[in-house]
Design a protein. Structure first.
Length: 276
């Protein structure tokens, strides 16, 4: 019988700061104590499996592969290396957000976007037609609203003037065994991480996903946003393969929202503040 990662919507006895900074601290119920959702270390260095078309199987599910708490740290940069290339307005906005972390859109069930991940499984889902691979969907177990992302693999170009959206417009291609995803057309509403690293609608990202062995997927991530950063930034994230007996679960953020007004942590202007 398969096991599933199940998300608890209640995080008891934590401060507001810890609650807001991390959906990441919620409980994983179905993995027994002392066990891990990723594959055993002795399986990691096995050969890379391949799909019917000969390309590496990147489907997963995976854990990791992006930022969450702090993109600078998670992406392998030295302390201060990322913030040093933030333009003055972006640096001031980040400092403001650090003092108002409960304002992050992600904790109110809005999309986390790129390169955000959380400590729950996600996967690539490949869509094939008679013409071959046409689309890749990125599915997150706890991605909140709009938790799927589409990467077009049919050779199309970016639109000339895309409508800004949470996930942007993504086109992909293979370079050997590396999946390259090029994305523009982001809105400026999502935060890169829990400490509030900002961006603008000029954001352009390039992800280079390479499965280096059976259990490891590397994301070499290029962030180019002349509206918020003085130069492009190179980050590197690593994902680990999830055990074969664990599947993605349905998770509806608003169904048991314990953060913000729904959980009594922020006063609703039209109702009395919750008693302590």
């Amino acid at each position: 019988m398969k096991q599933y990662l199940v998300i608890s919507g209640t995080v008891a006895a934590l401060t507001l700061s810890l609650l807001v900074r991390s959906h990441a601290q919620q409980q994983v119920r179905s993995v027994p104590v002392g066990r891990t959702p990723v594959i055993a270390d002795n399986l990691v260095n096995g050969p890379v499996p391949r799909l019917a078309d000969g390309k590496p199987d990147l489907t997963g599910p995976w854990l990791g592969g992006g930022s969450d708490g702090d993109m600078e740290r998670d992406g392998g940069l030295k302390p201060g290396e990322l913030t040093s290339v933030l333009l003055p307005a972006a640096r001031a906005l980040r400092a403001k957000r650090e003092k108002a972390i409960y304002e992050e859109p992600y904790i109110y069930c809005l999309p986390m976007s790129v390169p955000r991940v959380n400590p729950y499984p996600w996967k690539f889902a490949m869509s094939y037609t008679s013409k071959g691979l046409t689309q890749i969907y990125v599915l997150h177990e706890t991605g909140d609203a709009g938790a799927h992302r589409v990467v077009y693999m049919d050779g199309r170009k970016h639109p000339v003037d895309p409508i800004p959206t949470w996930w942007g417009h993504s086109i992909g291609r293979w370079e050997g065994d590396t999946l390259v995803i090029d994305t523009i057309g982001y809105n400026d509403r999502f935060w890169f991480d829990a400490v509030g690293t900002p961006h603008t609608e000029q954001l352009h990202t390039i992800e280079r996903w390479t499965r280096v062995n059976y259990g490891t997927l590397v994301n070499e991530f290029t962030l180019d946003d002349p509206g918020a950063f003085s130069k492009p930034v190179q980050l590197k994230f690593t994902a680990r393969l999830v055990r074969a007996d664990i599947d993605l679960m349905e998770y509806i953020c608003a169904e048991n929202n314990q953060i913000g007004i729904a959980g009594g942590y922020l006063p609703n202007p039209t109702t009395p503040s919750p008693k302590k």
